[in-house]
Design a protein around this ligand. Sequence first.
Ligand SMILES: Nc1ncnc2c1ncn2[C@@H]1O[C@H](COP(=O)(O)OP(=O)(O)OP(=O)(O)O)[C@@H](O)[C@H]1O
Ligand SMILES: [Mg+2]
Length: 447
Amino acid sequence: MSDVFVDREGELGILAEAWSARPSLVVVYGRRRVGKTRLLKEFMRGVNGVYYLSRLTDHSDNLRGLVAAVGRVVKGFGVGKEYVSIDALLRDVWGSGVELVVIDEFTYWVRVAPRVMSELQLFVDEFLPRTRMMLVLCGSLIGVMERDVLGGGAPLYGRRSFSIKVEPLKPWVLREFLPKYGPVERVATYAVFGGVPHYLRLVDDSVDLVENIERLIVRKGSPLKDEVEFMLREEFRNPSVYGRILRAIASGATTLGKIAEVAGIPRTHAIAYLDNLRRVGMVDRRNPLWGRKGTYVIRDYFMNFHYSVIERVRNLTELEMYEDAMREVRNALPNYLGRAFEEVVRDLLPILRRRGYVIPFTKVGKVLKKGVEVDLALVNEGTGEAQLIEVKWSKLKQQDITRCLRDLERKAEYLGFTKRFKCVKYLIVARESEGDEAVVTPTDLGL
Ligand SMILES: Nc1ncnc2c1ncn2[C@@H]1O[C@H](COP(=O)(O)OP(=O)(O)OP(=O)(O)O)[C@@H](O)[C@H]1O
Ligand SMILES: [Mg+2]
């Protein structure tokens, strides 16, 4: 694909605001490969400044690296000087006329030299307020950024002025990355790779999804083969427990009790692990529309695919039996997409709403009651309206649609929607359809 930069207006807006509000401290964080560095580079096209990418070496090496980065903007900066703290260094940086300093992968620096945090605190407390400088700290270890940089009790607590959590891109930007695919293939690719721009850029849209999976994830030496393990290892001290929990969810355990049981860990521990997984955006908890019993889903599509499909063929791929492995992947894919499509439809709610396919709603959730399941229900207590949505990863004929709608109506009756709400509407979101008003497909949405 070309080198277009998509979306991120909101994030760029916050950066611009922080720039005009100088002095300011900005914390940018988000999942690995989600586009943090690119966002900052785009911002720096308009605003001149110092960019430094921290290294996993030691404190003095990082200080020297930062000096060199400043030297690229201010000729001769720091020549012959040896800094021992980032505080002293940043004071001189301001003194040399630099107004923007971006420190990327800051979590690496914190990891090798935790004291960089207290040195920064000194700078942020005592010196920054007297300047017109914007200082940006960026990192991909969400746990470290939230706990040590933003979190309570950490040195920089309460002193940040802006924080930007960079989220994966939304499904409606896929066209930009995969122009040769059709809407259905785009949605399927999203369900596998998620809205992570780095992954989407690796996808070759002149071959099909399965081939991309083989080339990017399955084969020995492929670029994303060890990505999930790497993320867990980087983010957590005991990655294998987290792996067990994710595996349990992927295998169909969705309630706390069931996840703890399948993963083989005490319930109380499972709560803490699940909270951590939620905090870093790998897992999410879904409250049902009615009742309290929440269920857990793997929120990160790429991880979900990894634990749902790729891990199951691990033995085969390790033996380099790729043909057999890919046959299994091909067989497992429709089932995976069927489940993941429900998540995609959730992500599509803003666009479904904008196009008028769904009602204005105040609450959304799955309904699981008396053995009956509704994929997604929207309700609006104010207007007394409700809408039940059925999600189908298949091609619907007119008779399927009729049957599906009748089912939804029966469920609405049985679950008490028709009694509780003045008006109940129905919608089917399907992969493809042979027409009818009550159905919407990726093609209709212009994905
Ligand atoms: N909004 C975007 N539009 C198009 N391409 C993007 C966008 N954001 C990022 N990319 C591309 O995706 C790739 C990964 O982005 P980037 O390196 O910025 O991610 P990152 O969050 O800094 O990753 P890491 O955690 O590995 O540092 C790059 O090739 C980048 O050009
Ligand atoms: Mg980066």
